[in-house]
Design a protein. Structure first.
Length: 427
C-alpha cells in the first residue's frame, strides 16, 4: 500500500522488484488474498499523517481478525516517528525508515539483490512511469520537513538514469515523469554544477520515448538551458510543475524560499517568453504565520494576473522541527478555509477560460483509460492524476488502444475536463 507522493510510489516499485526476484508474489494496493501487507507511509502534512495512521490501524485490525498474518510499515511517517508509532500502535511486525529495503527483505527471510539496481515493478499504467532523479533536499524552506525526513540531496548519476529510462521504454513506457524534491538542483552534488539540462538532452534521444515531463522544480536557480531544450525538443513536454508558495515579499522571506516577488514574476515571464505555449502548474500556501489580508489579496491579484494553467492550494500546516513551527500559527482555521475557497474559485474561472480556447483545436492525446462512453486521455499539458483529462467520444468505429497516441479535436470544454472526438489515427 503506497500513500503520499510519486516519490513514495517509486520506492514501492523498487521494493516490489526485489520481492518478485525472490519468487514472492506481490501486488500493489489490491491484494485481496495477501497474507502480508507492507504500508509505505507519508508523513508530510497532518492530513497525510492521519491517513497513514488510519491505514495502519485498519490493517492491524484485519490482522487481529485473522485476515492477514503480518503488517509492516515503512516510509516517511515511520522514518520520522518510529519510536512514537511503536509505543502507540500494537500489532505491527516491523517499522522501517525511508529506503530500508534490505532490512524489510531480511525480515521476510530473503536478501537484497544489488544487481537489481534500477529494476522496478510498475504500479502505474504500462505506458507511463516516474523517474526519480534524486533523493532528499538541501533547501531549508521554513515550512517543510522533507529534509528532516529524507536527508540531504543525493543525485542519481546520469548514466544510471539513462539506463533505467531505456529499460522502462523497452517495457512499453512512452512517457517519463521526472521527479525529485527539487529537479533544478540535480547534479550539483555529483558534478559541481546543475546538470538537469544534460540529463534531459540524453533522455530526449532515447528512441520511442514520446514525452518527458518535469515535476517539482523550484523558483530559485531554475536552469535556463532547460527552457532552451524544452523549446527545441519535441518530446520534452511544454509543462513545468513549479510550486511558488506565495508572492508576498515578507512571506517569501519568512518561508526562506530564496526568491522575491520580482524574481518570481521575472521567472514566469521568462517561461512564457521562451516557451510560449508552456503549461505552468503551481501551488500556494494560505494561512502561513503572519499572512495578513493584504498579503492574501496580493496573492489573489497575482493569480488573476498570471493565469496559471494549473493551480493547487494548501492550508498551512505546522511541521515540528521546522523554522515555521517556532512562529505563532496566528491565522484562524476559518480564515484559512475562506482564503482557500476564494483562490480555488478564481482558478476555476481561469481554468474554464483557458479550456474554452481549446475548442475547435486538435491535440495529440495519450490514452490512459477507457469507460463505457469515453476513452480518457491527456495532452502534453496534463500530468496523470492531478490535471485535466480529455474525454474522447466513442462510437462503433472508434479504434483506440490504451497507451497509444491519437489526434483529438476538442468539441466542448469545462473548467476541468475537455471533450473531443478522434480526427484520425496518430502517425
Amino acid at each position: 500500500m503506497t500513500l503520499g507522493c510519486s516519490k513514495n510510489l517509486v520506492d514501492s516499485e523498487v521494493l516490489m522488484a526485489q520481492l518478485r526476484a525472490q519468487n514472492i508474489e506481490v501486488v500493489h494496493e489490491k491484494g485481496d488474498d495477501a497474507n502480508i501487507v507492507i504500508i509505505n507511509t507519508c508523513g508530510f502534512i497532518n492530513d497525510a499523517k492521519e491517513e497513514s495512521i488510519e491505514t495502519i490501524l485498519d490493517f492491524v485490525q484485519a490482522k487481529d481478525r485473522g485476515e492477514i498474518e503480518k503488517v509492516y510499515v515503512m516510509g516517511c511517517l515511520s522514518e520520522r516517528y518510529r519510536d512514537e508509532l511503536k509505543e502507540e500502535i500494537e500489532g505491527v511486525d516491523g517499522f522501517y525508515g525511508v529506503g530500508q529495503f534490505a532490512d524489510i527483505l531480511s525480515d521476510l527471510g530473503v536478501d537484497y539483490k544489488k544487481e537489481l539496481l534500477g529494476d522496478r515493478v510498475l504500479s502505474t499504467p504500462s505506458h507511463y512511469a516516474y523517474l526519480k532523479i534524486s533523493e532528499g533536499c538541501d533547501r531549508r524552506c521554513s515550512f517543510c520537513a522533507i529534509p528532516l525526513i529524507r536527508g540531504k540531496h543525493i543525485s542519481v548519476p546520469v548514466e544510471e538514469l539513462v539506463e533505467e529510462a531505456k529499460g522502462l521504454v523497452a517495457q512499453g513506457v512512452k512517457e517519463l515523469i521526472l521527479i525529485a524534491q527539487d529537479l533544478n538542483y540535480y547534479g550539483l552534488d555529483l558534478y559541481g554544477e546543475r546538470r538537469l539540462g544534460d540529463l534531459l538532452n540524453q533522455l530526449s534521444g532515447i528512441p520511442n520515448l514520446e514525452w518527458i515531463r518535469l515535476h517539482y522544480t523550484y523558483p530559485a536557480g531554475f536552469p535556463d538551458d532547460v527552457l532552451d531544450l524544452m523549446a527545441k525538443k519535441s518530446n520534452i513536454c511544454n509543462y513545468i510543475d513549479i510550486p511558488l508558495q506565495h508572492i508576498s515579499e515578507d512571506l517569501l522571506k519568512s518561508m526562506k524560499r530564496g526568491a522575491s516577488e520580482e524574481t518570481t514574476r521575472n521567472l514566469v515571464a521568462k517561461f512564457r517568453s521562451k516557451v510560449p505555449d508552456v503549461a505552468l502548474r503551481t501551488t500556494f500556501i494560505v494561512g502561513y504565520p503572519g499572512e495578513t489580508e493584504e498579503d492574501f489579496q496580493k496573492l489573489k491579484q497575482f493569480v488573476a494576473e498570471t493565469r496559471f494553467e494549473r493551480m493547487g492550494v494548501f492550508q498551512y500546516s505546522e511541521e515540528e522541527g521546522t523554522y515555521a513551527a517556532t512562529l505563532d500559527d496566528d491565522v484562524p482555521a476559518d480564515v484559512k478555509q475562506r482564503r482557500t475557497d476564494e483562490l480555488m474559485d478564481l482558478q476555476q474561472e481561469i481554468s474554464l477560460e483557458i479550456n474554452k480556447k481549446k475548442e475547435g483545436k486538435i491535440f495529440k492525446v495519450l490514452v490512459d483509460n477507457e469507460e463505457s462512453d469515453y476513452f480518457i486521455g491527456r495532452t502534453e499539458f496534463d500530468s496523470p492524476e492531478v490535471d485535466n483529462e480529455v474525454l474522447i467520444l466513442k462510437d462503433e468505429s472508434t479504434k483506440i488502444e490504451i497507451g497509444e497516441f491519437c489526434l483529438v479535436k476538442i468539441i466542448k470544454a469545462d473548467m476541468f475536463d475537455i471533450i473531443g472526438e478522434i480526427c484520425s489515427d496518430f502517425e
